[in-house]
Design a protein around this ligand. Structure first.
Ligand code: ATP
Ligand code: MG
Ligand code: MG
Ligand code: MG
Length: 347
C-alpha cells in the first residue's frame, strides 16, 4: 500500500514521490500496489483512482497563504483504509506533518502492519527541529546556534522575542516552522522588520518555531539506508541556479538546483559527513531511510549538521535516490531494499 498526499504543506511533493514509487514497484509486475490518498483535509481515498482524485484538487505554492482544502472535511471514521489488513507492507510517502512525524507510524504499529521507514520515535524526533537539535546536541554533533519559541510566545510578546533572538543570534537568521519540510514557511531575516514578517509566516504553519543563526555555507547532503548499522551514500552538493537559499522553488521548479555527485570535498570531510550522518540517524532512532543535510561553512570549513529527513523527496531525480544511484544502487533496487528492511524490522 502506497499512502500519499496528506494534511501537510508538502502535499504536492508527496504526490510526485508516490507517482514515481508506484510506477517503479509495478514495473514488470513485480508488486501489486494498493494506492491510498489522503486529502489536505485528512479524508482517506481508497477506492476508484485516488491519485487522480487528489491531483484534480491540486493547488500549488505554499507561499505562506492558507492552503485550500480539497473535498469535504473528513469525518471521524473516514480516516482508516478498510483494506489495511490485506497488505504485506505499507509505504507511507507522506512528507511533513501527519505522515513524516510518527502519526501514521503509530497507527500502523497499532494495526500490526509492517511499513517502510522510521518508527514513531524516529519520525517524531526527526520531524521537530527543536527536539531534533536537542538530541543532536546531546550527542555532541556540531550545529548552528538556535532559539526555539512557541506561537503563543510570539503573539503575546513579539518585541521581547525579537530582542531575545537578536541578542542570541544576530542577523542574518533563518526562521522556520519546527515541523515542516521542503522549505515551506522558512524565511531569511536581515533585520528586525524581516524577522517579524518571517516569525508571523512561520507561526501560520506551526505552534512551534525555530530561529537559527544564518551561515554562509556550501550545502552537502547524504543518504542513509538500513536499520541497525546503516549504509551511507556518497555525499552530494546542492548548487542553486538563482540567488537566495534552497527554497521551495529551487527544490521543485525544473532547473532550480543541480546536484553535484560526488561532492568535491576532501576525503576526510566526506568521511566526517558519513560518520555524523550515521550518528544523527542513530541519535533520533531512525530506521530504513533518511537524508541528512549539512552546511560546510565558507571560510572556516566547519562542518555543521543541519537536519535529518526521515521521508525524503522520493522521485528518481530526488537527491535521496540520486545519491544512491551514484553509489551503485538504482531506484528499483533501492525500493526493494526498503521493503526488505521494513519486513526485517517488523518480522
Ligand atoms: P527539506 O526539504 O530538506 O526537508 P526543510 O524545510 O526541513 O527542508 P531546512 O533544510 O532546514 O528546511 O532549510 C532549507 C534551506 O534553507 C537549507 O537547505 C538552506 O538553503 C537554508 N537554510 C536553512 N537554515 C539555514 C541556516 N541556519 N543558515 C543558512 N542557510 C540556511
Ligand atoms: Mg527537512
Ligand atoms: Mg523534508
Ligand atoms: Mg533540508
Amino acid at each position: 500500500m502506497v499512502v500519499f498526499g496528506g494534511r501537510s504543506g508538502e502535499h504536492e511533493v508527496s504526490l510526485a514521490s508516490a507517482r514515481a514509487i508506484t510506477a517503479a514497484l509495478r514495473k514488470g509486475g513485480r508488486h501489486e500496489v494498493v494506492p491510498v490518498g489522503i486529502t489536505r483535509s485528512g479524508r482517506w481515498v481508497h477506492s476508484g483512482d485516488p491519485m487522480r482524485e487528489l491531483e484534480s484538487n491540486h493547488e500549488l505554492l505554499p507561499d505562506g497563504s492558507t492552503l485550500e482544502i480539497s473535498g469535504p472535511p473528513a469525518k471521524a471514521g473516514e480516516k482508516l483504509p478498510a483494506n489495511l489488513g490485506s497488505v504485506d507492507v505499507v509505504f507511507p510517502v507522506l512528507h511533513g506533518p501527519y505522515g513524516e512525524d510518527g502519526t501514521i507510524q503509530g497507527m500502523l504499529e497499532l494495526a500490526g502492519v509492517p511499513y517502510v521507514g522510521s518508527g514513531v520515535l524516529g519520525s517524531a524526533v526527526g520531524m521537530d527541529k527543536i527536539t531534533m537539535k536537542k538530541v543532536f546536541a546531546h550527542h555532541g554533533l556540531p550545529q548552528v546556534d538556535w532559539v526555539g519559541l512557541t506561537r503563543r510566545e510570539w503573539k503575546n510578546e513579539p518585541e521581547a522575542q525579537v530582542r531575545k533572538i537578536e541578542a542570541a543570534l544576530g542577523y542574518p537568521c533563518f526562521v522556520k516552522p519546527a515541523n515542516l519540510g521542503s522549505s515551506v514557511g522558512i524565511g531569511k531575516a536581515e533585520d528586525a522588520e524581516e524577522l517579524r514578517t518571517a516569525l508571523e509566516a512561520a507561526a501560520g504553519f506551526d505552534r512551534r518555531i525555530i530561529v537559527e543563526k544564518g551561515v554562509d555555507a556550501r550545502e552537502i547532503e547524504v543518504s542513509v539506508l538500513g536499520n541497525e548499522a546503516p549504509d551511507v551514500s556518497v555525499p552530494g552538493e546542492i548548487f542553486l541556479q538563482a540567488d537566495g537559499f534552497y527554497d521551495y522553488e529551487a527544490k521543485y521548479v525544473e532547473g532550480g538546483m543541480e546536484l553535484g555527485v560526488p561532492a568535491k570535498i576532501p576525503a576526510e570531510t566526506a568521511d566526517e559527513v558519513r560518520r555524523v550522518a550515521r550518528t544523527a540517524f542513530e541519535a533520533v532512532d531512525a530506521a530504513g531511510m533518511a537524508r541528512v543535510d549539512f552546511f560546510l561553512e565558507r571560510g572556516t570549513d566547519r562542518l555543521l549538521l543541519n537536519e535529518i529527513n526521515t521521508i525524503p523527496g522520493f522521485t528518481p531525480t530526488s537527491v535521496y535516490a540520486e545519491l544512491w544511484a551514484a553509489s551503485g544502487l538504482p531506484y528499483e533496487d533501492l525500493l526493494e531494499r526498503l521493503i526488505a528492511l521494513a519486513l526485517e524490522r517488523h518480522g
